[in-house]
Design a protein around this ligand. Structure first.
Ligand SMILES: Cc1ncc(COP(=O)(O)O)c(C=O)c1O
Length: 403
């Protein structure tokens, strides 16, 4: 490691709250699927900032939209209208096939917004008795880091030391439709689910699970709330991962790639009977719907409207998953995924996933471990087949040496 990298790391370690353990690389520039560190070394980005960079680093149309907007207007707050928010909300609502949108900033804020909306809908529309609303969530979920969201995390690290926790959540195993059916009662206002669990290690539910969830929510008068923050916007091969089962949730939560890898932008998208329960003063955010984010978000929607990147995600994703599976490596227990998104789970006695990622770093590939045993791969959807193969060759090489 050079002095430049060490200087960056030393400064961060001195002044940053110790809530992250980054890999020892200091990125200074990036374009498309490639990043360059402070030493001038280049790497293929096989993480895409957890899918926030679905369109690659500094996508020209997104950078242009941002620059044009920076020269005109950046922030109004929602105290006033601005000329960017309406077109963005309309275009996003149309992309989702829904009536309306509530724009926020981070993904966690989007999830919080959906929880508040579902509870309010439960009291105002479903007629649940005050303070009784319940939301069903899944074991292994990851929906963000706020106090309420960690209250229904099943990861002890996320919860412990942060109580008192928020009540009103019920946990069921992910992928088990019978357990889900048994969890409903009249107080349940929503089932909150990641169509594919990302942080848990790219866990794809059994076929028919999302369809069963859709039917159960309809039968029980509860909202199906799909957290597509990581799985959506092309990552899993379609605009929404729910499309794999032809399922339309009542509520989409979007984030990450919605901001084009430039700015935080999240949104809750639903029909008027759901989002219409909110009234002025019940929810909001100073930066939610800011003109800069909306100008970028509108360009993101425009990119997705053609369907080209979704198709590319399916095609290159098939290639990536097949390549990883066909190698039948002894260190690999399972390769899961959909679209250009894979979780490579290692056998229990293999070198830890983190050590694999450190070796990949030395060979010019950025990837990230999750839960000690899984390497997750999510390259930008704009990656060329050649660059993907370059990265896969190195990944297979590191996996081969693992045992
Ligand atoms: C499915 C899902 N929901 C919510 C979040 C939280 O998003 P943010 O980190 O922007 O708050 C994440 C982040 O990884 C996520 O993967």
């Amino acid at each position: 490691m050079s002095d430049e990298t060490q200087d960056v790391i030393r400064l961060v370690e001195r002044y940053s709250a110790p809530n992250y353990a980054p890999l020892p690389v200091a990125v200074a520039a990036a374009e498309g699927a490639w990043v360059t560190d402070v030493e001038g070394r280049r790497y293929v980005d096989m993480l895409s900032s957890y899918s926030a960079l679905n369109f690659g680093h500094r996508h020209p149309a997104l950078v242009k939209a941002a620059k044009d907007q920076l020269d005109r207007l950046t922030l109004t707050s929602r105290a006033f209208h601005n000329d960017q928010v309406g077109p963005f909300l309309r275009d996003l609502a149309e992309l989702c096939g829904k009536d309306m949108v509530l724009p926020m900033n981070s993904g966690a804020e989007g999830v919080e917004t959906a929880i508040k909306t579902a509870r309010k809908w439960g009291y105002d529309v479903k007629g649940v008795a005050p303070e009784r609303a319940k939301i069903i969530t899944c074991a292994g979920n990851f929906h963000g880091r706020t106090t309420t969201i960690v209250s229904f995390s099943t990861d002890p690290k996320a919860r412990q030391g942060f109580g008192p926790l928020t009540p009103g959540f019920v946990t069921v195993p992910f992928g088990d439709a019978d357990a889900l059916a048994a969890a409903f009662d009249n107080d349940v206002v929503a089932f909150l689910v990641e169509p594919i669990q990302g942080e848990a290690g790219v866990i794809v539910p059994p076929d028919g699970y999302l369809r069963a969830a859709r039917e159960l929510c309809t039968e029980n008068g509860a909202l199906l709330v799909a957290d597509e923050i990581q799985s959506g916007l092309g990552r899993a091969g379609y605009t929404f991962a729910c499309e794999h089962e032809g399922v339309e949730p009542d509520v989409y939560i979007l984030g990450k790639a919605l901001g084009g890898g430039i700015t935080p932008l999240s949104a809750v998208v639903a029909n008027t009977d759901v989002l219409g329960v909110l009234t002025p003063g019940t929810h909001g955010s100073t930066f939610g719907g800011n003109p800069l984010a909306c100008a970028i978000g509108r360009e993101v929607v425009r990119i997705l409207q053609t369907g080209e990147l979704q198709e590319r995600s399916r095609k290159l994703g098939e290639h990536m998953l097949t390549t990883l599976r066909d190698a039948s490596l002894p260190a690999v227990k399972e390769v899961r995924g959909r679209g250009l998104w894979a979780g490579v789970e290692l056998v229990p006695d293999a070198v830890p996933a983190r050590a694999h990622c450190e070796r990949l770093l030395e060979r010019g590939v950025l990837a990230k471990d999750t839960h000690e045993t899984t390497i997750r791969l999510a390259p930008p959807l704009v990656i060329s087949e050649e660059d993907l193969d370059w990265a896969l060759e190195r990944i297979l090489g590191v996996l081969e040496e693992a045992r």
